[in-house]
Ligand binder design. Sequence first.
Ligand SMILES: Cc1cc2nc3c(=O)[nH]c(=O)nc-3n(C[C@H](O)[C@H](O)[C@H](O)COP(=O)(O)OP(=O)(O)OC[C@H]3O[C@@H](n4cnc5c(N)ncnc54)[C@H](O)[C@@H]3O)c2cc1C
Length: 544
Amino acid sequence: MSETNPPPFRRDSFKKTSSHDRRTFLKRALGVGAIGGAAVAGAIYIEDERSPTSTTTTRAPTTTTSGPATATSWAQLGASLTGSLVVPSNPRYGIDRLLYNSKFVNLHPRAIAYCATPDDVARCLDFVSSHELPLAARSGGHSYGGYSNSDGLVVDVSRMASISVDTVANTARVGAGARLIDLYNVIGNAERLLPGGSCPTVGIAGLALGGGIGVFGRKFGLTTDNIRSVTIVTADARIVTADENTNSDLFWACQGGGGGNFGVATSFEFNVHPMPDVTLFTLQYPWAAAPTMLSAWGLWINTAPDELWSNCQLLSQGTYGYLPQIAGVYCGTPSELASVLAPLTSMIDTAPTYSFNGSNSYLSAMEIEAGCSGLSIAACHLTTQNPSGRLSREAYSAKSSYVNAPMNDTAVAAFIGAVEDLHAHAPTLGGGLAFDSYGGAINRVAADATAFVHRDKLAGIQATYSWSSATSPSVIAAGARWLTRLGDHVFDSTTGAYQNYIDPTLSNWQSAYYGSNLTRLMSIKRKYDPDNLFSFAQSIPLTP
Ligand SMILES: Cc1cc2nc3c(=O)[nH]c(=O)nc-3n(C[C@H](O)[C@H](O)[C@H](O)COP(=O)(O)OP(=O)(O)OC[C@H]3O[C@@H](n4cnc5c(N)ncnc54)[C@H](O)[C@@H]3O)c2cc1C
């Protein structure tokens, strides 16, 4: 993403090239990145009025005829939409078909429907059903597996991106196409907070439907835990609201069941929270201290207060060598954080090579987290998705796992060895392991209370490596072999995998993503999508 100021602690900073990281460290050392947000308590903030939110069960008028889709029927679909339809002859098609991950090059949908209303979505679903075409819903386009692309119709919700905050009720209404940075901007300016992920251009739909791990997760839960209701267009083209009382089974499935499985979400209502004081920190160590650091981090985070979120990264930075670091966000003041950090630094018992500890506003923290500090909100978007955007797409591959408890010496040695393995076999690649703390509010939710089953974890682990267009195919292949070795020999396949880091190479993905919730998810799938309209390589199946 931006080279301007991605911070050392950024959750996905290990995807950056080494030079990004080096420059970042310098900037962070200089204290770059504090920008405040303004707000007026009690007001309702409305960013964009384009997204109507239906709370009733309705069905869009159907004009579609059946049979193979012809040029005429595509044109009729386009004419029927409040939004627009981009077909291959459209000059925008070459850009509009792209996803975030630039490794997905073979993307040739028959058309991309930019739906401006839930009725538009319903018309698209009628259309694909009648013409027996595949479809995929797309919000931010960040699916790790490229599952928001389709050979048929891409139903894009990015025009439904309105965000409004009710600071009296502490709720936010959010169009399903809103990008995280816009969400944090509007919510932050209302002096409220919604826990969520770090990448500024991720779409709220994909994030919230599959979980939503972020720096305020231990204090306020996953994004999905904060959904109050979702408006969703089901396979039969009905626009329905799902919440605890209405279509409660569908609501349950939308809380962690994963995007693209049960319908096309058009908007959400979330709980939002008053903003706490926020303090950021980073500690970096020499590689020789990495085993002690990882071991100490696991013990420390296991008993840390909810106010603390932290991650531990073991990075191989190409020619810059290794970087082990612990970073995080604390809901409190720097002096409070200092006493929380003391047991950690005492256990590590090695002087950090770099340390940072500073207070920030929520919005500023999320901008730093996003790698957008110093950029305007408009610039903190992809060049392919926004004319003012300054951020670039990335090519990367990833694999996820979990640790359930503090790591023993064997586990620590295996993780350290895995990063050394990456450096040995692909010395020019940037990549490594990131351990993201769970616990706190995330783990207080019962495993079957929502579809998100991973409620007993100490930390999620993400292994990633990234490359540029200059990287040779043999080096990229070496990275892929590293991920395979990691999955086969280092990650514990019984601990699960995070469905939002969806992994096309994972063989036991059904149990890994959904565990004991899979059976109920399949039954809800049979009820709401009996013909399996919403189908992709790792979609919830109708039967085992
Ligand atoms: C750089 C980067 C950083 C990330 N950081 C985090 C993080 O900090 N925390 C975290 O939890 N995750 C993170 N993720 C993972 C992210 O949550 C998932 O990739 C998520 O699915 C992306 O959502 P999207 O809408 O952008 O993607 P899309 O590709 O648009 O959608 C993802 C899936 O959801 C489906 N979908 C999209 N829109 C809808 C809709 N309206 N209704 C129903 N289904 C829909 C798609 O069909 C697809 O299957 C990150 C991803 C990237 C690439």
